[in-house]
Design a protein around this ligand. Structure first.
Ligand code: GLY
Length: 314
């Protein structure tokens, strides 16, 4: 498989612990190209916050990516609405929900964090704030996403396809040379959602959480499941209680599984990193991939997963 930069994107099985500093990790295969940009910031001594912002912007601008930014699939009314959030090493956070016509919601989220007393702006207010601050209004639909929508209209059935429509969010976590952590996530959300639906990606503690003392976590998949379980916050809490990032991810996914009666059409993937630069990754089911970039590693890995054959309710 080739990335947009033309490099091999073979998915590797993880053989041992992954660790590094500086380091950037991100969700799905498209994280590979995004990491490359983030790494250019980290390897030149830049701040993790700049790395994650610039990294996920690559996915936001990728017209072939139908689940993030420009080119993202629209909602059931044919409108593209985007969600994003960002957190820095000071525990500061910014977020935008259901924003329209803006190519880089992650940068608007950063501006909310840095220039307002608020954490989240939504809908028209988020767009107005972006336009007032120099962002350009553009049409986020592409020929490809218009064609996808036209096809969807033939049945108008809403049924996310695991690991395809669910490979939605790019979530990215980084540690810079100073040892500081930051994280970002950005998405067009579930394809053909009800207009106004907001997922986990702009919700601090759900789609993303960063605690510079202990670690950070980011989620992808069905946002409703993540929001109900505050999965990123839970994973960071686990690391605060000295669990490894891998164990923290497993706890967060198992908590989701415990709470839902039917996991047959559910996918959530989670990534975590601790202060030492150790990496964890886990998913409800097979198919979740993540990209890692350190001085030694530049690869896409298949995450471990737990797909119970039967839901025990325990
Ligand atoms: N995880 C992204 C969403 O559900 O919108």
């Amino acid at each position: 498989m080739l990335g947009t930069t033309g490099l091999d994107l073979t998915v590797f099985e993880r053989e041992g612990p992954i660790q590094g500093k500086p380091i950037v990790i991100s969700t799905w295969n498209f994280g590979y190209d995004a990491n490359k940009k983030a790494w250019s910031v980290l390897s030149s001594g830049g701040r993790a916050l700049d790395a994650v912002e610039q990294g996920v912007m690559v996915a936001e601008s990728d017209l072939n990516n139908t689940s993030v930014g420009r080119g993202g699939n629209p909602d059931r009314d044919g409108i593209v609405t985007l969600d994003a959030c960002i957190m820095n090493e000071k525990g500061e956070a910014g977020s935008v929900a259901a924003i329209e016509n803006i190519e880089h919601p992650i940068s608007v989220a950063r501006m909310v964090m840095e220039k307002t007393p608020h954490v989240m702006l939504a809908g028209d207010g988020a767009k107005q704030f972006a336009l007032e601050n120099g962002f350009e209004a553009i049409d986020l639909l592409t020929e490809k996403s218009k064609a996808n929508y036209k096809e969807w209209l033939k049945t108008s059935k809403y049924k996310p396809i695991i690991n395809i429509e669910n490979h939605d969010t790019i979530g990215m976590l980084a540690i810079d040379a100073r040892g500081n952590l930051s994280g970002a996530c950005t998405t067009s959300g579930l394809a053909f959602k009800i207009h106004g639906r907001v997922g986990d990606s702009p919700i601090i503690g759900a789609g993303l959480y960063v605690d510079n003392q202990y670690g950070a976590a980011v989620c992808t998949g069905i946002g409703e499941l993540v929001m109900k379980n505050l999965s990123s916050f839970l994973a960071v809490e686990e690391m605060r209680h000295k669990k490894s990032p891998q164990k923290a991810c497993e706890t967060a996914i198992k908590r989701i599984i415990e709470k839902i009666p039917d996991v047959s059409n559910a996918q959530v993937g989670i990534l975590a990193i601790n202060k030492k630069g150790e990496v964890g990754a886990y998913a409800i089911r097979e198919g979740f991939t993540y990209a890692v970039h350190t001085n030694e590693i530049e690869k896409v890995f298949g995450a471990k997963f737990k797909m119970p054959t039967e839901h025990s309710g325990k």
